[in-house]
Design a protein around this ligand. Structure first.
Ligand code: COA
Length: 156
């Protein structure tokens, strides 16, 4: 992996995440919808990475309880959900996703969260498990994307 240089981690508005979501998360899916209902929930944080004027990665972090009561009792803890994790396609594999994941988890921890969770696409599962997320329970096909998913979570 090439170490990213000259990058800046920035807070974004909800709308600023849309172009990358469309280009990365919606380029091969039946849905082209880029808004998530959670985008405007209280405390929702949109974090990105800029290199100069180019937004190269986005992610959204939502204070939201872990939805499954078992197996770890995490539904009792303060939790944040990660959504919309995307690195520009021509810059994937350069470490930007890792930087953003780390930054978001640090922000969640600072805000009092004890666990971060996500509904992860199976095809990028190694990205999550490589950073301490555990793959949990049975998988499902997401209605919007028609892609296989599993719940993942990481204690902070
Ligand atoms: C998943 C994604 C955000 C990762 O971002 P990235 O900037 O490419 O990730 P990084 O370069 O920081 O990679 C970090 C590690 O994850 C691994 N990884 C990243 N994407 C992977 C993938 N698709 N499959 C397997 N491993 C992957 C890398 O190999 C790297 O491991 P290493 O440290 O051992 O080399 C990016 O590939 C992406 O936008 N994919 C398409 C959209 C998507 O599926 N988003 C997730 C929805 S749940």
């Amino acid at each position: 992996m090439t170490a990213p240089v000259g990058h800046e981690i920035v807070e974004l508005t909800n709308e600023q995440t849309h172009p990358l979501r469309l280009a990365v998360l919606r380029h091969d899916t039946p849905t082209k919808v880029v808004e998530f209902p959670e985008d405007t929930w209280p405390g929702a944080l949109h974090l990105g990475i800029r290199i100069g004027d180019e937004l190269v990665a986005t992610s959204s972090w939502i204070p939201r309880p872990f939805p499954d009561p078992e197996p770890h009792g995490w539904s009792e803890l303060v939790a944040w959900q990660l959504r919309g994790m995307a690195t520009a396609r021509h810059l994937q594999g350069r470490g930007f996703g890792a930087l953003l994941l780390q930054a978001g988890c640090e922000r969640a921890r600072s805000a009092g969260a004890a666990v971060v969770w996500a509904n992860a696409r199976d095809r990028v599962m190694p990205f999550y498990t490589g950073f301490g997320f555990t793959c949990l329970g049975d998988g499902w096909i997401d209605d919007a994307t028609q892609l296989p998913h599993h719940r993942v979570a990481r204690p902070l």
